[in-house]
Structure formats: structure tokens, C-alpha cells
Design a protein around this ligand. Structure first.
Ligand code: HEC
Length: 150
């Protein structure tokens, strides 16, 4: 009888483990296939169409640079060329509309490590957008492994 109970416990444990493993598998596989820039394409039309009130404004670029160094450089690198997080000078970001970048800042990509910046006042978020846009495209230096597409 004791052996029976033990066998039953082992079985239950194995089934539980198998169930957990099969639950984990699909999202992990999905993450590999999804580009690190996939999220910016998901910005809704209305968000995309928003105009940057500081478009090409030199003061906003300067203010955005300071904010970037304080808030973003630790992950995206001093020159936004990538580090722990992907380069922001890739065509996927530089080619996106200012509204789409603003939307990313407002909503983050939390499940993938990009924080939400909705607590930053809107003008500061636009200054960041203006700064990022002012950088233009450049090949990534350090985030090759992150930005490589499968
Ligand atoms: C804690 C690290 C971290 C910080 C700080 C951070 N980011 Fe990110 N960011 C990420 C990661 C990780 C991704 C990639 C998300 C993904 O895989 O979709 C990302 C993605 C992005 C993207 C591309 C969106 C996309 O399509 O995925 C933009 C634009 C961006 N960040 C801008 C910024 C700006 C501007 C700041 C400063 C306000 C900032 N980030 C601060 C980690 C960070």
C-alpha cells in the first residue's frame, strides 16, 4: 500500500512538471521569433499620427539629450547604439513616426524589459522623441545579439 501511495505521488509530480514545462514553452519560442523592434509597429494609427510639438527644435534636442543620459543610456547606451537594450539608431526606430516612439515611451514593453515612462510629463517625452530622432541611423555597436533577426 505504501509503495502504491509513493508511486501515485511520483506520478502526480511528473504530470505537474510536464504541465508547467508545456505552459512555459510557447512564449519562450515566440520571443525568439519576434524582433526586438516588433512593438513599435503595433502603435495604433491615432498614436502614430500625433504631431511632435518640438519637431526639429534645437532646445528640445538639448533637453532630450540630458533626459536620455539620465533615464535611457544605462540600457540603450550613451550614444543610443545599444547595450543591455537594443540600439535606437536602427532603421526600425529612426524610420518610425515620432508618434509611434512617443507611444512606446508612454506604454513601455514591460514584459520585455522596456519600462513605462508615462510618469514623465508629456513635453519631456516629446523632448526624448526629438532627441532620438535627431540621432539618425547608425550600425549597432554592442547589441548585435539583441538586434539580429532570426
Ligand atoms: C531598464 C532598461 C531600459 C531603459 C532604462 C530604457 N529602455 Fe527602451 N528598451 C528596453 C528594452 C529591453 C527594449 C526592447 C523591447 C522589446 O524587446 O520589444 C527597449 C526598446 C525601446 C524602443 C524600441 C521599441 C520597440 O519597438 O521595441 C525605444 C524607442 C526605446 N526603448 C526608447 C527608450 C527611451 C527613450 C528610454 C529613456 C526614457 C528608454 N528606452 C529606457 C530597455 C530599456
Amino acid at each position: 500500500m505504501k509503495a502504491c501511495v509513493t508511486a501515485f505521488c511520483v506520478c502526480v509530480t511528473l504530470i505537474a512538471c510536464a504541465a508547467l514545462a508545456s505552459q512555459d514553452a510557447p512564449p519562450a519560442a515566440k520571443r525568439d521569433k519576434e524582433s526586438v523592434y516588433g512593438e513599435i509597429d503595433k502603435a495604433p494609427e491615432k498614436a502614430r499620427a500625433k504631431r511632435n510639438p518640438f519637431e526639429r527644435n534645437a532646445e528640445a534636442v538639448a533637453a532630450g539629450k540630458i533626459l536620455f543620459e539620465q533615464r535611457c543610456a544605462e540600457c540603450h547606451g550613451e550614444a543610443a547604439l545599444g547595450g543591455k537594450a537594443p540600439s535606437l539608431r536602427a532603421v526600425e526606430v529612426q524610420g518610425a513616426s515620432p508618434g509611434a516612439i512617443f507611444w512606446i515611451l508612454t506604454n513601455g514593453v514591460v514584459r520585455r524589459g522596456m519600462p513605462v515612462w508615462s510618469k514623465l510629463p508629456e513635453p519631456q517625452r516629446w523632448q526624448l522623441v526629438t532627441y532620438v530622432k535627431s540621432l539618425g541611423t547608425a550600425p549597432s555597436e554592442t547589441a548585435d545579439d539583441l538586434t539580429k533577426k532570426p
